[in-house]
Design a protein around this ligand. Sequence first.
Ligand SMILES: Cc1cc2nc3c(=O)[nH]c(=O)nc-3n(C[C@H](O)[C@H](O)[C@H](O)COP(=O)(O)O)c2cc1C
Length: 202
Amino acid sequence: MRNNFDEAMHYRHACKLFDTTKSITPDDLKFILNAGRLSPSSFGVEHWHFFLVRNPEMRESIRQASWGQQQVTTASELIVIAYKKNVRSTDTYIQSEFDKFSYPDGFRNMYKEWIDPRSDDVLDAWSAKQVYIAAGNMMTAAASIGIDSCPIEGFDSAAVEKIMGIDTSVYGIAMLLPFGYRVNQQPALHRSELSELITYLN
Ligand SMILES: Cc1cc2nc3c(=O)[nH]c(=O)nc-3n(C[C@H](O)[C@H](O)[C@H](O)COP(=O)(O)O)c2cc1C
């Protein structure tokens, strides 16, 4: 398990061009989506939603709103990861999550006191942070079965929301996440050494 995980971490890279002749099987797609679904989230309220963009014209418009990045149109699957907005305890979705998992009153009160007073901007940023955890797990899961990905933040969110017809009172787009199969060999991995990244406070 340890070796498989390490192999997946080294296999994953930000793939810039996907092979348009290769498709991800429904089973493999489900495996990737499940890695997102099973991810942890603050208070367990699952701030994410996954839009699978399969319409070719919509994909092309999204590419144009994403600095022309060809990953968007060459990928076998384009998953647009959205975060939930207005995640205060009064929100119907949040209440349904509380009820679905039978969260106790103490937990709901803590959420109300700690989360509700935040401004809309801070709340959105908090919600979007959770979604990145799901995205990370999805990319590693994909790599573990030989599927490539590229996290994309380089896009005009207002334009993409409009193209997709997203209800922006409910969702914001955090990331475009294309999945498919590489055409080119992956470049060398550039990472700092652990010794540069760690400070021990003994
Ligand atoms: C949040 C986020 C946004 C990114 N946005 C883009 C992007 O818009 N286009 C792109 O080609 N790569 C994007 N990347 C990929 C990074 O540039 C890449 O992960 C980094 O350079 C390290 O390279 P590697 O992932 O191949 O190891 C993004 C990565 C992250 C985590």
